[in-house]
Design a protein. Structure first.
Length: 125
């Protein structure tokens, strides 16, 4: 959804990996001692915070939610810039919708909306 931001994150991770590899290559351990490599997670320069949660009340059934409400919640979950699979998005949506289990109807509705959102964000040929 944020193509430029994702590109910048990927480039930052790539550059950090190159710098890390070059630093390891240029540092030579002293004779007779073996250094244990220290592994540090690569940190993105992009802050991973979500925008405010949309005001969508809890409902008893997935059919009581409008497509607009569900799409707003999906966009909200994606607003932190993290890349997620459809399954991960659905997992995060369930508690936000007030559901504890993932039924076939819920799965179908949410997957259809994810596909719809994906097709909307594609550039026209």
């Amino acid at each position: 959804m944020r193509k430029e931001e994702e590109i910048q994150r990927a480039l930052a991770a790539y550059k950090a990996a190159i710098e890390h590899a070059e630093a390891r290559r240029s540092s030579k351990p002293s004779s007779g001692s073996e250094e244990t490599p220290v592994r540090r997670p690569l940190r993105s320069k992009v802050e991973r915070t979500r925008c405010p949660r949309p005001s969508v009340p809890l409902r008893d059934s997935i059919t009581e939610y409008s497509d607009f409400e569900l799409l707003e919640l999906i966009k909200w979950i994606n607003s932190d810039g993290r890349l997620r699979t459809d399954d991960e998005i659905i997992e995060e949506l369930l508690p936000e919708l007030g559901f504890s289990r993932r039924g076939a109807r819920i799965e179908t509705v949410l997957r259809d909306l994810l596909n719809q959102l994906r097709h909307q964000s594609r550039p026209a040929p």
